[in-house]
Every structure is written in structure tokens, then in C-alpha cells.
Write a protein that binds this ligand. Structure first.
Ligand code: T4K
Length: 370
């Protein structure tokens, strides 16, 4: 099989090269290449409008806004979170000197199960860090009620939730802060990149200081900041990608429709449906393999697909709580996380991106349906 006939799990949305070149000429002429330049400002304004959020701050990736959100809210002690995510979610808690406390997930969405959060709260708990996994919205109302009852902060890892809306409202406005990833593999990308969404100008100012070493001005450092500024090249690239992101989401939706139609009667294969009132972004298309009904294990199917050049991914296997770094935590015990284990052991994310053509989709489906 030729290398270029492989179908990858995702493929980056790329801006028009000529338009990008024109923007690069402007950047070269200005000689201002990073540190809150004009393209950076333009991208923040354009994203705030597109995402329907009051304030947004750009970052260099999706991990540093998580770290910074915990810093900004001065989170200490224990943070309740999900094991069913990319490892960056838990790393951010650890890097802040806090203890992650894993809570099992709801199999209907893959997200933290609100029914199990209260049992994990102790006098040391200060925050909840849920993830809208695959862009499926968490039960934000229930989570907020619990947070209010116990005086906890809520930071959403919304790395997968670019553009997701619930009843016409941006999902990114839930909780105290939300963070996004604009990595190459995401629905909207700036190559590497990310952002934080906040509710007020005061918090935006604080976050902007924190991502620039804590500098409030030339001579004043107001907090233990970090360097996570997005440069002008990637801001310009982002502005161009924003123009085509709606078309990309629609193309992804069409792929999801084809997958769902072809897989609906395959015994032992299940998948998520669109949730009522939700504008999904189709960032991933996970399927779940029940070996006894399907006649093949998840890994047998996964490796068979791989052999034939159809490169799905087992997001999120292994669970974060199974990595050697975290498996010693009391909340990482397998019996505490049965649903998360079940999902991690049955999932394959099928190729899902704007560039898949009919032939690609048929090739993916043949692997599963045959
Ligand atoms: N929170 C959550 C819930 C996250 O999922 C993530 C990241 C974060 C936080 C942290 O955000 P960042 O700091 O990363 O912005 C990928 C991504 O690197 C990572 O961003 C993402 N989540 C995670 C779920 O997936 P890998 O190691 O699986 O990526 P990789 O390099 O194997 O790429 C996957 C496939 O994508 C490749 O097989 C082909 C395709 N691809 C990839 C790249 C980089 C391309 O076609 N072109 C490319 O340039 O982690």
C-alpha cells in the first residue's frame, strides 16, 4: 500500500496559501511579529464574535490556558476531573501542585457523571475540571449547581468544543473559565494554539498578564506568569481559517451522517447521535465495539484497519488514570471508574475531517461492515 493512500484520523484545515502569503508580507513590513500584535488583536476580536463569547485570550497551545486558568483562580488542594480525556487535562492539575481526583463518566456522553461528583468532594476540594469530550456538552447546569452548593470553581477543558452551542448559546460561557485547543488536529487550528474564554474584562486583563510573565507594565510583575503568547504568523493563519471553519464543520457533519447511516444496523457497533438543541462540531467520530456481538475485539478491528491504511485512533485509551504517573492515586482504582474503563477499552475514533471524500468514507466503512 502506498503511504499517500492512508486515511488519517484527522487532517489539518489549511488556509489559502496566496492569502497567507499576502498577510505574511504585511507582518514583514510591520516588523512586529509577536507580543499582542495587530493580527493577534484581530483574531481575538473575530473569535469572540464567532464563538459568541464576551472575552477571549489567545495562547500558544491548549495546555497552557488550562495551567493558567488554575493559577488565575488560585486553585489549591484537590480538583475533581475525568480520567477520559487527553493527558494534558490532568497534567495541568498536577503542574499546579494540586491533586487530581478522578470521577467516573456518563456513558451517554463520555463526560464526567454529575451524579458521582458529590461523593468525591472533601474539605480539600476547590474546583471541578470537566472536559466536553468529543465536543459533547457536559451537563453544565448540574455541575454548576454542585459547584455553587460547595463553593467550588469550575474550569471547562473545551479543547474539543470549538463552536459548540446549546440552545443557541455558546457552550464556552459555562463555568468560571473555559479553555480551547487550536492544535493542527482540531476543527479550528492555528498550527499550535489555544485560548481561554472568560466572563469579564478584569479577568481578561489578569489572564493577559499571566500569559506574559505576569507583566502589568514595563516595571511591574503582578503574578507568577508564564510565556504563552500567540505570534503574528499563527494569528494571521487563524484569521484565514476562521473564514472556512463553517464549511469544514458542515463537511464533517456530512461524514458523520454517512457513517451513522452505514453503521446503524451493524451489530456490536454503537456511536453517539446528535443531542437535541446542540450545534455539534463533529470534532471526532468515536465508535464503540462490543466484541461478543461484533465478533471481533476492538483491537482486532483497530489493527486490521491500520494494516489496510485506515488510521483510526483509540482516543482515549489508556485512561489517564491508568498511566504510571497517576495510577497510584486512590481515585484511579479501576473499580472507581467502571464506565470510563469500558469506554476506553471499546473505542475507536474513525477518520473524521473536512477533506474525506466519498471513496475514503467507503474505504473506512468497508473495514467495519464487511
Ligand atoms: N485537552 C484535551 C481534551 C485535548 O484533547 C488536548 C489535546 C489538550 C487539552 C491539549 O491541547 P494542546 O496543548 O495539544 O493544544 C493529538 C494532539 O496533539 C492533541 O492536541 C490532542 N488533544 C490529542 C487528542 O491528539 P496525538 O499525539 O494523537 O497527535 P498525532 O501527532 O498522532 O496526530 C494525530 C493524527 O493527525 C496523525 O495521525 C495525522 C494527523 N495529523 C497530525 C498532525 C500533527 C496531520 O494530518 N497533520 C499534522 O500536522 O495528539
Amino acid at each position: 500500500m502506498k503511504m499517500d493512500s492512508r486515511i488519517t484520523v484527522t487532517s489539518p484545515l489549511l488556509p489559502d496559501l496566496d492569502e497567507f502569503h499576502e498577510m505574511l508580507k504585511d507582518i514583514w513590513a510591520s516588523k512586529w511579529i509577536t507580543n499582542n500584535g495587530s493580527f493577534h488583536k484581530k483574531l481575538e476580536a473575530a473569535l469572540a464574535e464567532y464563538l459568541k463569547v464576551p472575552y477571549i485570550s489567545l495562547f500558544t497551545n491548549g495546555t497552557l490556558p488550562l495551567l493558567t486558568a488554575l493559577q488565575a483562580l488560585r486553585i489549591t488542594g484537590e480538583v475533581i476531573t475525568t480520567p477520559y480525556s487527553f493527558v494534558a487535562t490532568t497534567h495541568a492539575i498536577w503542574w499546579n501542585g494540586c491533586r487530581p481526583v478522578f470521577v467516573d463518566i456518563d456513558p451517554a456522553t463520555g463526560n464526567i457523571d454529575p451524579d458521582r461528583i458529590e461523593a468525591a468532594i472533601t474539605p480539600r476540594t476547590t474546583a471541578i475540571l470537566p472536559v466536553h469530550v468529543y465536543g459533547n456538552p457536559c451537563d453544565t447546569k448540574r455541575i454548576q449547581m454542585i459547584a455553587d452548593k460547595y463553593g467550588l470553581k469550575v474550569i471547562y477543558d473545551a479543547a474539543h468544543a470549538f463552536g459548540v452551542e446549546v440552545e443557541g448559546e455558546s457552550l464556552l460561557n459555562a463555568g468560571d473559565l473555559s479553555t480551547l485547543s487550536f492544535h493542527a488536529t482540531k476543527v479550528f487550528n492555528t498550527i499550535e494554539g489555544g485560548a481561554m474564554v472568560m466572563h469579564d474584562a478584569e479577568m481578561k486583563k489578569r489572564i493577559d498578564y499571566l500569559k506574559n510573565f505576569g507583566f502589568a507594565n514595563e516595571v511591574e510583575v503582578v503574578g507568577p506568569g508564564i510565556n504563552s503568547k500567540m505570534d503574528e504568523m499563527r494569528s494571521a493563519y487563524g484569521l484565514l481559517n476562521l473564514k472556512q471553519v463553517d464549511a469544514a464543520i458542515e463537511a464533517r457533519r456530512q461524514v458523520a451522517l454517512r457513517y451513522r447511516e452505514a453503521l446503524k444496523d451493524v451489530e456490536g457497533i454503537t456511536f453517539f447521535q446528535d443531542l437535541p438543541g446542540v450545534r455539534h462540531n463533529y470534532s471526532y467520530f468515536p465508535i464503540f465495539v462490543e466484541a461478543d456481538k461484533y465478533g471481533m475485539t476492538r483491537d482486532e478491528l483497530y489493527f486490521k484497519m491500520k494494516e489496510k491504511g485506515v488510521l483510526g485512533r483509540r482516543y482515549f485509551y489508556p485512561l489517564i488514570s491508568s498511566f504510571s504517573t497517576y495510577k497510584g492515586l486512590p481515585s484511579a482504582a479501576k473499580e472507581n471508574l467502571p464506565q470510563a474503563h469500558k469506554m476506553a477499552e471499546s473505542v475507536i475514533c474513525l477518520p473524521m475531517h473536512h477533506g474525506l471524500n466519498d471513496e475514503d468514507i467507503s474505504r473506512v466503512l468497508e473495514m467495519i461492515v464487511e
